[in-house]
Design a protein around this ligand. Sequence first.
Ligand SMILES: Cc1cc2nc3c(=O)[nH]c(=O)nc-3n(C[C@H](O)[C@H](O)[C@H](O)COP(=O)(O)OP(=O)(O)OC[C@H]3O[C@@H](n4cnc5c(N)ncnc54)[C@H](O)[C@@H]3O)c2cc1C
Length: 425
Amino acid sequence: MSSEKELVLNYDLIVCGAGPAGALAAATAAQAGLKVALLEKHTLPRHKTCGGGTPMVMQSLLHELAPEAFVEANVISLRQTWKFGDPYLAAINPPGVDRPLSIWMMQRSVFDNALAQRAVQAGAELRDGLAVRSVEVENDCVRVRAQAIKPNGDLSKGDTLIATARTVIGADGANGITAKAAKLRQKQTIALGMEVEFPHEWGTGHPDLRPEVAHLEYGAVKRGYAWIFPKADHLNVGAGLFRPHRQDARRDHQIREELRQAIFNYLEALQVPYDRAQMKFHAHPLPLWGGKEPLNTADGRILLVGDAAGLINPAFGDGILHAAKSGIIAATCVIDGTTTAYSDRIHDEFAGSFDAARRLAYFFYQYPKIFYQYGVKNAKAAHIATQLLAGELPFDAILGRAMRRVGTGMLSSLLPVKTSLNFRL
Ligand SMILES: Cc1cc2nc3c(=O)[nH]c(=O)nc-3n(C[C@H](O)[C@H](O)[C@H](O)COP(=O)(O)OP(=O)(O)OC[C@H]3O[C@@H](n4cnc5c(N)ncnc54)[C@H](O)[C@@H]3O)c2cc1C
């Protein structure tokens, strides 16, 4: 006979997953007076595989949470390279910009924990160390079965929580189970990212290794890029593949090896000494935006947010801001009783820009050297890229211009060659 117990509880809303999407959904709904459960598999704070860079506009979504609580570095310059050479150091705010921008660098363990605690302050019931095992729609509610992986309040390890609510928000990320249970997002494009963190003493290594500079390298990974992001006392070094050959890059060992090698090469290029045996690599899927698709069940009982909804920008591979925005939109739909219109709200917010980002990514990652030469190496490009990252400028507003600029640059570089050939002939 099993000694494990079952606890049955009822809520207005259950949020599965306490990343930025889930925590902000829970905080928004709890703030409005709903009885909210926020269920998280890991015990917080937990490591999250991520570069941890997000545009400073994130602040507008966080209300009273002060940036000092989690921002470790404020990036105002980008140092970009092609195959670790041809460096281009650009200010994010060149002279003449109206509104200065920057990119915040944080540790996801700290940021996500701060957001979850904010949800608790707003009244949400956080239950971490509790893995959601099933999500089932019944006649008048959704039933979530979750198992305690670690002791949690009134639950011991192995105990089960059976929670019911009118609505469930699936914020359980790229590998979550809510999308599958709801039979949503059955065909996904999954890219792959990898990162490693290790201590860094500022003032050592390459002179451009500084707390206000982020590094991006475009030739080290085919169909992707590598990065070095500054944190308070360490570097986050990573690489991602953003245009996979296959629909799902998760189990491709060759890609993992390529990403790992790009990371080693980047460290060598920036004169950062490392010991392979000491490095802890983390790889994680990147569910890229693949076009409009339903993100709520037809009855509006289950909504998907963040990575669970495939809201990763296919050009840059970022998802924190979109996760946060979608969590707030989903909670607002729950509060307003408009959950059946949730997909439309998300499409209104993201589809135009992300569809254009997808087209841009197709060409960028096909011809990265040409884009590097004629698109990236431009005095305004770092500012425009940060505006795009922040969602202040949609990709559809720049796609035509970017393609023309790269095309014209490429043609003009070919003209002297033609002339000299003609001359010789
Ligand atoms: C290597 C890499 C680097 C990246 N760098 C950046 C970057 O610099 N900037 C950026 O904007 N984006 C970056 N991203 C993307 C970013 O990490 C995601 O888009 C973001 O975390 C999505 O947030 P989320 O809340 O939707 O999901 P997540 O942050 O993945 O949170 C999901 C949560 O659900 C929990 N969960 C999963 N299953 C269950 C379950 N069964 N029961 C309960 N809980 C569950 C997980 O433990 C997790 O805490 C990067 C991604 C990778 C892989």
